[in-house]
Design a protein around this ligand. Structure first.
Ligand SMILES: NC(=O)c1ccc[n+]([C@@H]2O[C@H](COP(=O)([O-])OP(=O)(O)OC[C@H]3O[C@@H](n4cnc5c(N)ncnc54)[C@H](OP(=O)(O)O)[C@@H]3O)[C@@H](O)[C@H]2O)c1
Length: 273
């Protein structure tokens, strides 16, 4: 149902997945179970979310073959550094109950700490050992990627960044595209905070007989972004994956493109340390 995108190392990843930020562990098990039943095959968690165990339980109980799943987790900031990364990865893997992950991301660059290159070298080792199918980063600005590319040998497969109609990130998207790095959008629905009531989006939704969330997800997909909408509401979990039987036209895309305000909901990667 969900089209795959091919990452720069040939691994394929579903273009739409399921995010579990701010979902407590027991609820994550329920939500991920609902998502897998609805047809999602890609799940995005992180060590800091505290729900790798619930995610892992849902995956194990689902009966979905491991090779059909795409599991992403992220290394938390406190664990940056070569040896600490190797240990944190073992902990994540054991909490997930898996013997490999599909994608492992450095959660934030933390530039003032100067450890993301060493961290990434540990990622390269784990990747070479076959314990991670694709390695990448999150919240990296082009300047951080530039430094990483100079110092290491595996080009990150993915950069997961805040991206939604109020923060369209065209310069970052272009930088990634030129280097074969897939752009993955976090808070693709603007975290549900007001974006879905914006009149231009509501108008496009009415025109297609769809919901504002579906229209925003279509906008991402047609731009080529990977998206990971989060919901703990069963009807929304289904709604958010039911976006492959309609498309936005040039006029719809232009109306949404006009909403950019370069406005972040989350932290600025340049200053989070
Ligand atoms: N790398 C990073 O630093 C980073 C940072 C933030 C997020 N992420 C990842 O990105 C994922 C998504 O981001 P997000 O969780 O911030 O926000 P989001 O997916 O943009 O929005 C989620 C919010 O929208 C609501 N919602 C979901 N579907 C809806 C629909 N169809 N109609 C109306 N409201 C809807 C949800 O409510 P209910 O749940 O109550 O239904 C929730 O409040 C996260 O879960 C996480 O995996 C990564």
């Amino acid at each position: 149902m969900v089209p795959p995108i091919t990452l720069n190392n040939g691994v394929t990843m579903p273009q739409l997945g399921f995010g579990v930020w701010q979902v407590p562990d027991p609820e994550a098990e329920t939500a991920v179970t609902a998502a897998l039943e609805a047809g999602y095959r890609s799940i995005d968690t992180a060590a800091v979310y505290g729900n790798e165990e619930g995610t892992g339980r849902a995956v194990a109980a689902s009966g979905v073959p491991r090779e059909d799943l795409f599991v992403t987790t992220k290394l938390w900031n406190d664990d940056q550094g070569y040896d600490t990364t190797l240990r944190a990865f073992d902990t994540s893997l054991s909490k997930l109950g898996l013997d490999y992950v599909d994608l492992y991301l450095i959660h934030w660059p933390m530039p003032a700490r100067g450890r993301y290159v060493d961290t990434y070298r540990a990622f390269e080792k784990l990747h070479a050992e076959g314990r991670i199918r694709a390695i990448g980063v999150s919240n990296f600005l082009p300047e951080h990627l530039e430094h990483l590319l100079e110092e290491t040998s595996v080009v990150p497969a993915v950069n997961q960044i805040e991206l939604h109609p109020h923060l369209q990130q065209s310069a970052a998207r272009e930088y990634h595209a030129e280097r074969g790095i897939a752009t993955e959008a976090w808070s693709p629905l603007g975290s549900g905070k007001g974006l879905l009531e914006v009149p231009a989006i509501v108008a496009v939704a009415r025109k297609h007989g769809r919901t504002p969330a579906q229209v925003v997800l279509r906008w991402h997909l047609q731009l080529g972004n990977v998206v990971i909408p989060k919901s703990v509401t069963p009807s929304r979990i289904e709604e958010n994956i039911d976006v492959f039987d309609f498309s936005l036209d040039t006029e719809d895309l232009a109306a949404i493109n006009a909403l950019n305000e370069d406005r972040r909901l989350g932290s600025d990667p340049a200053t989070v340390n």
